[in-house]
Design a protein around this ligand. Structure first.
Ligand code: ATP
Length: 291
């Protein structure tokens, strides 16, 4: 169990990226959803002990993460949003090197770990190729391979599917799903479908604050009977936004489909079986109106 209590962080330039975040994350896949600038990466880096918060505490099992970062790092697998530099060395050599850094010093042990991970992430065929030449999807799978070295009990993946094509995204999500229920996996993302597809528990972070937390199915149930849709001309949108609580708009076959939140059926609207997108966008829209 990961326990985050009263976590706040203000950067040197005065940006308050986290504002009193309290969160308990059990074993299994946990989705942390939020728009750009919500504070997700700040939270992930702080939990990964890569930066210190202004206030608050983090515990993972019996580890006090802020006081004992080395203990945490021994059991952490982290896939950052961006590695920055991709080396010209082969995937095999790089994983081997990283396994040494994780303390797997026996040659035979390391060979077994590296080969298993390359197979598991479907990179065996390209193991001798330089990572610098990998596609986005291959890089992310390599990212998971390195995060899994040493059987971590806490795995953090920060916006892993951004920029992947649908086939690679699917492959990647299947890889995450196979990690298992015995470890805590935090998937930070702004892609609602990633959470809907994978996570039995989730939270929404926006403006540095936790806005919502629970099981996707329960959160979806809470909007039941309150989401309505209508196809309109794009020119009518401003009027609709004045008259209704519009939670999302999307284009379909050239029409604009609006979803609105209302306890009663508005004139000319059809009911929608709400989904996680409606939950997420209604949370963000409520916040925007309050701002
Ligand atoms: N090193 C920094 N110095 C100052 N402000 C920062 C720094 N890093 C992040 N921020 C600011 O803190 C806020 C939260 O950023 P963060 O990267 O944690 O959000 P995010 O949810 O991960 O967003 P994104 O999806 O865009 O990565 C933003 O306003 C961002 O501009």
């Amino acid at each position: 169990m990961l326990e985050i209590a009263g976590l706040s962080h203000t950067y040197a330039n005065g940006t308050k990226a986290l504002d009193d975040v309290n969160l308990s994350i059990p074993r299994g896949m946990f989705g942390l959803l939020g728009p750009n600038g919500a504070g997700k990466s700040t939270l992930m880096r702080t939990v990964a002990s890569l930066q210190a918060p202004t206030a608050g505490s983090i515990r993972f099992g019996d580890i006090d993460v802020l006081a004992e970062p080395e203990r945490l790092r021994r059991t952490l697998g982290y896939l950052p949003q961006d590695f920055g530099v991709y080396p010209r060395v082969s995937a095999y050599a790089m994983l081997d090197q990283m396994a040494v850094l994780k303390g797997i010093t026996g040659k035979a042990d390391r060979k077994a770990v590296v080969e298993t991970l390359l197979n598991q992430t479907n990179l065996w065929a390209v193991r001798d190729k330089a990572i610098a030449g990998f596609s986005g999807g291959m890089r992310q799978r390599f990212g998971i391979a390195q995060a899994l070295i040493g059987n971590p009990e806490l795995i953090i993946v920060d916006e892993p599917t951004a920029g992947l094509d649908p086939e690679e995204r699917n492959r990647f999500l299947n890889l995450l799903a196979a990690i298992g229920d015995n470890v805590v996996v935090i998937l930070s993302t702004h892609i609602v479908d990633d959470v809907a597809d994978l996570c039995p528990r989730m939270a929404v972070l926006a403006g540095g604050r936790l806005q919502l937390e629970g099981r996707p199915a329960d959160l979806i149930a809470s909007t039941r009977g309150r989401v309505w849709r209508k196809a309109i001309n794009h020119g009518e949108l401003a009027d609709f936004q004045d008259q209704h609580e519009v939670i999302s708009t999307r284009l379909f076959a050239g029409n604009t489909i609006v979803h609105v939140l209302s306890s009663e059926r508005p004139d000319g609207f059809d009911p929608v079986e709400g989904g996680l997108e409606d939950v997420y966008f209604s949370t963000l829209s409520t916040l925007r109106r309050a701002a």
